[in-house]
Write a protein that binds this ligand. Sequence first.
Ligand code: FAD
Length: 384
Amino acid sequence: MSHPHFDYILAGAGAAGLSLAYRLAAPEFSGKRILLIDRSAKQENDRTWCFWETGAGIFEEVIFRSWHQVWFHGPEQSCELALAPYHYKMIRGVDFYHFTLEKIRKSPHITVMKAEIYDIGTQQGKSVVDCSEGTFTADWTFSSLLSNEEIHEAKKGLFLWQHFKGWVIDSEKPVFDPGRPVFMDFRVPQEDGSCFVYVLPFDEHQALVEFTVFSEEVWDKTTYDLYLKAYLKKFTTVTDYNIRQTELGRIPMASHHFPVHEGNTVFLGTAGGQTKGSTGYTFQNIQRHSEAIADALLKGKPPLIRPSRWKKRFRLYDHTLLRVLCKGYYKGAPLFERLFTRNPSQRILRFLDETSTLPEEIQLMNSVPRRIFAKAVAEQLLKG
Ligand SMILES: Cc1cc2nc3c(=O)[nH]c(=O)nc-3n(C[C@H](O)[C@H](O)[C@H](O)COP(=O)(O)OP(=O)(O)OC[C@H]3O[C@@H](n4cnc5c(N)ncnc54)[C@H](O)[C@@H]3O)c2cc1C
């Protein structure tokens, strides 16, 4: 039996699916038939993305706030980080969903479908997607569905959850400095792994305050509340406030090699290894990945994007840092303090973006406890 066929199916319309669909909505792809499937209508503000960038990006219209300097607080030292030429930018999930879906819906070659996906496979050189609205085939399916089996596999290697709860709070009194967000504040109790808070002010009265933990297990939803309350009391002048919104989440930090593809299914987003193992940052990797996939498709090449040999060194750095944190060889709080107080922030951001030079990477290595990291590198090379 033949099923409706598309050139491309996008399974999942979150950050990765929508970032790719947004690019495929361009007139260059108007000759292709594309199907975008998600179980959710994407109407909720379920997350906030922060990332850094120089100049204007393709989602500039939906940047909610942007800062060029931020505070860093370590357990012993605090410093204000000047980020230029970078800006630390924030996009609210709901704004991103509306903006991208509006453009996608205006593109007659893309069909948007609300459905539960049950299975994705490859048969006779075609991708087959089975969902609640039927079965569809495609030349390529781009999937950002993260399965429990993949997380189970990932847990066999170095693995931590980055888990967090944030409150958007309204304060009667003007207590926030909208020009000075707190990027990381490690002065909080470090009881279960590495913990920090960030404070992203929207204006003098409103901010997102988020408590973040790197640890093996996620916490009960209410535990974060105690720490958020204690933080506001001890480190801010906020007294009377209302919680307007909450954000709860977890991101896998793993040394696992998430697959690039399986047959004609290409993996995107966290499921496609776009989450940086040592920090959890994903949004900008998704943009670079989507750009590379769209480019390959335009050139008629297979959309299988792999890091260049030269770039693979970053995987070793990343996994070494994750190993140090996972094994408790050095605590996250003093480690990040050393990094941020001994290096210009631009060097760290370039390093995290994987655009730093070797001399810069050596300077960064000189700012962390060398013996501990040498041991972790050696272990990483031996155990992979
Ligand atoms: C609360 C939160 C805050 C974050 N903040 C940042 C940040 O500040 N900076 C950063 O760089 N990264 C951040 N991340 C990490 C990362 O950027 C996000 O998780 C990002 O959304 C990952 O994109 P994705 O497309 O891989 O997954 P998602 O955005 O989760 O998209 C997956 C999509 O698949 C759909 N789906 C899943 N299963 C099915 C199914 N069976 N059938 C149909 N549809 C299905 C879901 O509805 C969803 O829309 C954050 C993550 C969370 C959870």
